[in-house]
Ligand binder design. Structure first.
Ligand code: FPP
Length: 233
């Protein structure tokens, strides 16, 4: 099996998982957090270098307030319970998205996680929080425009490399594969720029049921794909 360098995951299906069990949606996210724990560990075992997960989109603010606050509380719990082990395993945590506007206790948890792991050199674990692909592209466009205005570069100098410097993923390779659980075939504003040549693997399994074995299966499917990047073999 070819292990991808960068795996990105859309963790969908928490709500449906909970509904099928007569539980509140937040309980689905809680089960989702537990699934995430195992997937981070398994990524490390497999030798994946970058793992990026979609935890909260710029559109998720539209959800009921208790669900939104529930997700952020889970983030705090996740960081508190996992940070030590992540650090011991040399994992570096990154956040993609504008996390300046998230609830204060979550912001503090994020700050702690970033500071504690910033010098780690192992798996780069990125959590997309208040992330939107289009918002990210606009941010990069503004950053490039600023460089032109300051005279640092000319308009014609804006290329993919310079543009990428304004993306949250700066310095990271594009995802080789984007896995979506919960059975839906769309990207939902996730890694819009970076997904140009990513393989998409969709599984009907709801995120809380996405075990390391399911993960292996998804990567087997990725491994069987013929990636040509627009060329021919
Ligand atoms: C999508 O499922 C999932 C989310 C919007 C939240 C993802 C959050 C977690 C996995 C747990 C939190 C962990 C951290 C580290 C923040 P959905 O609610 O859209 O499911 P549905 O499509 O079945 O309704």
């Amino acid at each position: 099996m070819t292990v991808p360098q960068h795996v990105a995951i859309i963790m969908d299906g928490n709500g449906r998982w909970a509904k099928e069990r007569g539980m509140a949606r937040v309980q689905g996210h809680n089960a989702g957090m537990k699934a995430l724990r195992e997937i981070v560990k398994h990524s490390d075992v497999l030798g994946v270098k970058y793992l990026t997960v979609y935890a909260f989109s710029t559109e998720n603010w539209k959800r009921p307030e208790d669900e939104v606050s529930g997700i952020f509380k889970l983030l705090v719990r996740y960081v508190k319970s996992e940070i030590r082990e992540l650090d011991e395993n040399n994992v570096r945590v990154r956040i993609l998205g504008d996390w300046s506007v998230i609830p204060e206790d979550s912001r503090k948890a994020v700050q702690t996680a970033l500071a504690r792991t910033e010098d780690n050199t192992g798996l780069v674990f990125s959590i997309a929080l208040n992330y939107g692909g289009r918002a990210e592209i606009l941010r990069a466009a503004r950053a490039a425009a600023e460089k032109v205005l300051s005279g640092e570069i000319g308009v014609g100098d804006i290329d993919e490399s310079i543009f990428s410097e304004g993306l949250y993923t700066y310095g990271m390779p594009d995802p080789d594969v984007i896995i979506r659980t919960g059975g839906e075939y769309r990207l939902s504003n996730f890694l819009t720029w970076q997904s140009a040549y990513s393989e998409l693997v969709v599984t009907p399994v709801y995120w809380p049921d996405f075990t390391p074995e399911e993960y292996d299966r998804a990567l087997e499917e990725f491994s069987s794909r013929d990636r040509r990047f627009g060329g021919i073999k």
